[in-house]
Ligand binder design. Structure first.
Ligand code: TK8
Length: 334
């Protein structure tokens, strides 16, 4: 009987110590970022950490790595996929080789507002993509924001698609972007993000395209002269966790991670919306010439880009493209 008594005592002691004892262990995980530490992703990660502190009694700690210190998007994601690294915040575009459906985000001029993008990503379509990511060993904890992409270059203002003629434009490692810019007559070169600054600096390339906040925090504006508000694509940041590692966490730890990533997401998105105009102003003050694109020229770029939709629809998945376009048509009331 004494063994039984001891067992009962032990159980009582564990229960009395509270659920945190059994459900949360000390865990530190690394989060790889290609962008720099002053990007709003860090603001979001701080909010996410505060949430994790609450949810896990301070047991779960994130450690951010910046500026591609743990590799570029593709390399870091491969490490996450194979369980060598815990997490990465990556653009969706370089991952289309793993999950072709992600290519939908790369279609030129698909979204018009952040709200359209949020509705698609945070709704059933986002869940469908998450299942596809899960199948390749990646848990997408949430859709954070990279944002609407705009052009910077060292040659001339871009006002119509003809202004791209012959321009050496760095594109992400993604065939849809490659075709979009080739179709405009540019000399498009796929390149990883970490190589962009020095390629611009040495004039190996003339142009690149990214959201204002990224052009600002990655200092590309220091080696560029023109900014043109093309808004030609919206790119999400995926907050990816290694499935192999995630599966070793308790259900409570997994839930805390999922919930707190959403808390961080909302803070990060709001921080980007706040910073967008500020970044633009800062870059204009630094001497860059800024222009918007008039609606007729924008419409012309969109029309000219339809061939890119036709070319890539099947490889993305016709059902995938149709689903997103149906959601957008409904939101736009047509
Ligand atoms: C940072 C990248 C970057 C992306 C790009 O790792 O490659 O141009 O827009 O934000 O994900």
């Amino acid at each position: 009987h004494s063994a039984l008594k001891a067992a009962i005592c032990l159980t009582t002691a564990l229960v009395a110590a509270g659920p945190a004892m059994a459900e949360f262990q000390d865990r530190t995980f690394r989060v790889s970022n290609g962008i720099n530490e002053d990007h709003p992703v860090n603001t979001g990660m701080k909010a996410m950490q505060a949430c994790l502190d609450d949810a896990t009694g301070g047991k779960m700690k994130m450690q951010g790595f910046w500026g591609g210190a743990l590799g570029g998007d593709l390399q870091a994601t491969q490490a996450v996929r194979s369980g060598l690294q815990e997490a990465v915040v990556t653009s969706s575009s370089p991952l289309v080789g793993m999950v072709p459906a992600l290519g939908v985000f790369d279609l030129p001029f698909l979204f018009r507002t952040p709200e359209e993008a949020y509705a698609v990503m945070d709704g059933p379509f986002g869940d469908t993509l998450n299942e596809k990511l899960d199948e390749v060993g990646l848990i997408n904890l949430g859709y954070w924001e990279n944002g609407f992409r705009n052009m910077s270059n060292s040659q001339r203002p871009i006002k119509t698609w003809e202004d791209f003629e012959g321009m050496k434009v760095r594109v992400m490692q993604n065939n849809i972007f490659l075709d979009t810019f080739s179709n405009f007559g540019a000399n498009a070169t796929p390149m990883s993000f970490g190589e962009v600054f020095s390629a611009l600096e040495t004039k190996a390339i003339d142009a690149q395209e990214n959201p204002y906040v990224t052009i600002d925090t990655s200092k590309f504006y220091e080696v560029q002269s023109y900014l043109s508000e093309t808004k030609h694509a919206y790119t999400p940041f995926l907050f990816l966790f290694s499935k192999a590692i995630f599966n070793t966490y308790s259900p409570e730890e997994q839930q805390a991670l999922r919930d707190c990533t959403i808390v961080g997401r909302d803070v990060e998105r709001a921080a980007i919306q706040d910073l967008n105009q500020e970044s633009l102003k800062k870059m204009e003050e630094a001497g860059l010439e800024f222009n918007t694109i008039d609606p007729a020229a924008q419409e012309e770029m969109l029309q000219k880009s339809q061939v890119v939709y036709e070319k890539h629809k099947d490889e993305i998945g016709a059902d995938v493209v149709d689903q997103v376009q149906a959601t957008l048509a409904e939101m736009r009331g047509n």
